[in-house]
Unconditional design. Sequence first.
Lengths: 503, 226
Amino acid sequence: MSAVGPEIRPVQARTRPRRRARIIAPVRRRFGLRTRLTLTFGLGAAALSAVLSLVTFGLTRENLTSQRERSAVDRAAIDAARLSPQLPESPTDLEIEQFLRELPLTDGTAAAISYADRWFTTDDINFSSSAVTDSVQQSVSGGDAIKINANVGGTQSLVLGVPVPALPAEYYEAVPLSDLQRTLDRLGLTLVLASILTTLGGGLVGYWASRRVFAPLLDVGTAAEAIAGGRLDTRLPVGGDTDLDLIANPFNEMAQALEDRIERDARFASEVSHELRSPLMTIAATVEVLENTREELPERAQTALTLLAADVDRLQQLVEDLLEISRFDVGAIKLHLEDVRAAEMVIQAVRFLGGGGVPVRFEPEIGEVTVRVDKRRFGRVIANLLDNAERYAGGATAITIERVNDRLRISVEDRGNGVPFEERDIIFDRFSRGAEGGNRSNDSGVGLGLALVDEHVRLHGGSVWVDDRFDGEIGARFVVELPMVEQPVDTASEPITEAIPIT
Amino acid sequence: MGTRILTVEDDERIRTAVRMALEDEGWVVEEADTGEEALQAFTRQPSDVVLIDIMLPGIDGFDVCRSIRRVSDVPIVMVTARADTHDVVAGLEAGADDYLTKPFAPKELSARIRALLRRARPTEVGVTHLRVGDLEIIPDEGVVLREGVELHLTKTEFRLLVELASSPGRIFSRESLLEKIWSYDYFGDGRLVDVHVRRLRMKVERDPANPRHVITVRGLGYKLQP
């Protein structure tokens, strides 16, 4: 049994959070954390103020009612007590009415005397004998003082009955409770309003608190975004708040570790390429010396020299490309930007950097369009695209320069087999040559050409992609898009140099 | 006697390979593996071209360049590790005429040296005497006078001045100057022109910060103002 336990546990441990997540997730998706915090504060305040209001209301009503009853009972007793000394033994109707009239009644209190089953009252309309039920009258005439709540003439009143011992009479008073009710209504309204305000206040506090709590989290997000965007030296401020430091410190440690690692990798590539250059230099020079005496060599040695020379060229290109790529990675590229006429530059690239007879097509007004580029690097972009067409598609057929909105497009077309749709993105990855490239066993490319094109173009604020040919026939079209320069600057006197540092 | 080339390079294998490649071109090559040795060799017998690696133990390539420049207008090619560092501009400002980045093909070096040597013999301008403002240029003698006083220009600076002076007032694009003086194509490094113009101004202008003769034309290039 005990052997089974440890096997099961990890399964449980794995399923539990998943189930929890499934329950919580919909709520999370509907409301953000800030909304939920605000709502929690608001609802908490609402519940608390509701309870407080109800208790306050209940206690106040209890208090006011009993106070009112007590004073009413006292008054009725006093009034009733005056009855026997002031009335004669057999009072006439007039005398009773006289007595009632002289009672010092206040606040709408009505009084009545039931004498020998006859009803005398100060308020004929509202406080008639029907206001007091027979059973009540019987209890009072039986000698019990009573106190009931009754509706007297449409007003909720406290009706008090007091027996008068010396006379065959009962004394009644109806004390209206409407003013008390009004007071309680007003209190209730006030409490409801206060509760609403408290709820709103709670919500506001919640909102403010959530913002306060969230601000550092948003900072973390911004910092993470900056790091993802390549600014690896981004750090969170530490030392402001001990609680926040619990997030900031590990975050900064993570960023530092990441920066160190990326730098180490990039520096390694850079150093390797750097170290390769000296021996390569010697080899290249030596091969050239051998080439100068080629005729004196035996035939086998000549063949070997041909192979050597070709691969030395290839190795040299590879090291150069690797160096350039690793410069991108450590952010050590410094562009030497100049404003140049795009069309002229492309024509010159075709003329000097390969692609001999490829026609360059553009509308006359394009001839004046200026772009801001590092001429040497952008020349390589065109050269690499021409070279790519040469290697995989039998050479470029045309270069077209056109204006699309406020950007300039340079398209290099070929009549190869085209680039399948699913390869159009990965073709710009390092050492990825696509199916077409991989088929060439005699391929002398190194697979960095298009990756460099991509990096260079992006550094120039442009983009590069593969498309179909303009005429829709089989073949590929590599498009480089660059921002155009509106106001050419004086590059002759002050070359614009742009550094993109990482460290 | 053949053209003499002094190569300063601390890596023995590279030095030997480059020497052999240059010797195949028919040039006499003298080697130095430190800056000190290079200066001694140059003092002993000035060469026609100097090739200096910037990264040297002891006194670095910039200092060697400056020291040679103090006593000679010999064409200097420097070798840097990278094209996009400040090294290039610093080297040019130290007095170098051109640069190459490692690894370079010896054929490229030979081409650079030939361009420099060609330029060191300014005879193709058919004019014997040019006068621009207070400057007096005698191309055949390689002499520039300002109010009768000779200015010491390097051969490249002189060539640049003569080129600009061949049509005073005409705007020369940097590309055309690169082609005429350094034999570079369109993709040559424009900083060669910029730094040489700066160096030229330091020598021929009374107030190099407000040049009166060698004028920058916004976005187009340079011209010589009479």
